[in-house]
Design a protein around this ligand. Structure first.
Ligand SMILES: Cc1ncc(COP(=O)(O)O)c(C=O)c1O
Length: 445
């Protein structure tokens, strides 16, 4: 395998983009904060592949942070887009398309008596919190260290890593706002807890439980890589939240439609009060969703409740058409594509473990099936944010990914994200990955 390293046009373009566009990109996770010396500028994609401005081809394992569950330019999605577009992109009025998307959604997601669509995952978690506050008449909520629920003010606490010695006691974690510009008073309503630690959670709930509208959690921590819940943990969190009269919100923006047709709530047998979706739901189109029982969601019905949810682009006609097609593809043949994604993902995980083992590099590959992450660490597992801050060698991971980028594997160098297997990936892609990983490991060793 050849190192490509031909990225002159990417470099030139990035210089140009920065003259008019802040950071040259539209999110810090895409620019020089993560990619060195600057991003690979992508031009097109098809199936599991993307091509950059210099014509280099890559197998894409980032898949638009997981949004591209069907890979790039899936023929059925391309078809639906062009047919729908020919009749008009969006009316901001009632359409059959939005109900057709909702019917499929409610058939697939176990806890969804009904659904409301938003445009992003951030809007979905924002709406879920508003609903929980209205339903319980309480203001505070609990979030876990290292969990990301979008960029709405109150969620922006302890979402980035910090030196382990600064994290404070588990029962009373030190609080780090993730952004400037958020009034400190916003965080007075946020209770913070370490994840995967029932003892600490029980102790924190004894102090604050009765004030909480909700406990919100990702089912699998997907923004510190890929951190799995301990056995039975999520059900216990749900039970504890209920013991104190708080709602249990499951943020499935990453895991929804990825781990099973009904997301992690189906995989782990959970019944959240509210759950939020995004990414894979839209197969590359911007969408989010809040699902739950009518008793809560009906608060948005004008007249029976007063939970406000507006949005010019809500239920965007083009996106709704894509969702219906996407959900049909995902549920066809009793979810056959999930068996395929698990098989390919598990082969990638096993193959990578084998490469690192042979090359004598201390690494763990965490996750299963369609989503996983690699941590350069001597530990057996990363269980939470604190483990991640203390034990994951993120600089080494970034070097590893830059080596892969040079060899035709596209992935973000941020250790906080995760590898994604879509329905477009094949065993051939896994072989390409393993050959590239072996070369990079040889260089690193
Ligand atoms: C778990 C989780 N919730 C919410 C969001 C926000 O979604 P969006 O980026 O679509 O606003 C993200 C985005 O990465 C996420 O990972």
């Amino acid at each position: 395998m050849m190192k490509t390293n031909r990225r002159e046009r990417s470099r030139e373009w990035y210089v140009r983009a920065q003259q008019s566009l802040i950071e040259g990109v539209n999110s810090p996770s895409r620019g020089a904060a993560v990619y060195s010396p600057g991003p690979v500028v992508l031009e097109r994609g098809r199936g599991s592949r993307v091509w950059d401005l210099d014509g280099n081809e890559y197998v894409d394992f980032m898949m638009s942070f997981g949004a591209l569950v069907q890979g790039h330019a899936h023929p059925k999605i391309v078809d639906v887009v062009s047919q729908t577009m020919a009749g008009g992109s969006h009316f901001a009025a009632a359409t059959p398309a939005e109900a057709e998307a909702a019917e499929r959604f409610c058939r697939m997601v176990p806890s969804a008596e009904a659904v409301r669509f938003t445009n992003t995952g951030s809007e979905a978690t924002m709406l879920a919190l508003r609903l929980a506050r209205a339903h319980t008449g309480r203001t505070k909520f609990l979030k876990f260290e290292g969990h990301y629920h979008g960029w709405y003010d109150p969620y922006c606490l302890n979402g980035h890593s910090h030196p382990a010695e600064q994290l404070g006691p588990r029962e009373n974690p030190t609080r780090f706002p993730d952004s400037e510009g958020i009034p400190a008073s916003v965080f007075d309503d946020v209770v913070l807890a370490p994840w995967n630690d029932l003892e600490a959670l029980a102790s924190i709930l004894r102090r604050h439980g009765r004030e909480l509208a909700a406990v919100i959690t990702e089912p699998i921590m997907a923004n510190m890589g890929c951190i799995l819940p301990r056995d039975g943990y999520l059900q216990k969190v749900c039970d504890l939240a209920h013991e104190y009269g708080a709602l249990f919100i499951l943020d499935e923006v990453v895991t929804g439609f990825r781990y099973a047709p009904g997301g992690c709530q189906q995989h782990y047998g959970l019944k959240p009060d509210l759950s939020t979706f995004g990414k894979a739901l839209g197969a590359g189109f911007p969408v989010g969703a809040v699902a739950g029982p009518r008793a809560i969601l009906d608060r948005m019905r004008w007249g029976s409740g007063m939970v406000l949810h507006y949005g010019t682009f809500n239920g965007h006609r083009l996106t709704m058409g894509v969702i219906a097609a996407n959900l049909d593809l995902l549920s066809a043949d009793d979810g056959a594509v999930y068996r395929q994604m698990y098989e390919i993902g598990d082969a990638a995980i096993a193959g990578l473990r084998d490469v690192f083992h042979r090359r004598k590099i201390a690494v763990i590959v965490q996750g299963f099936g369609p989503m996983f992450q690699i941590y350069f660490t001597g530990r057996d597992a990363i269980h939470d944010y604190r483990d991640y801050c203390q034990y994951a060698d993120t600089a080494k991971y970034s070097r590893f990914i830059h080596g892969l980028l040079d060899r035709g594997i596209y992935m973000t160098p941020s250790n906080g994200l995760h590898w994604i297997i879509s329905t477009a990936h094949s065993m051939q892609d896994v072989e390409t990955l393993l050959a590239a990983a072996d070369e990079v490991c040889a260089e690193m060793a």
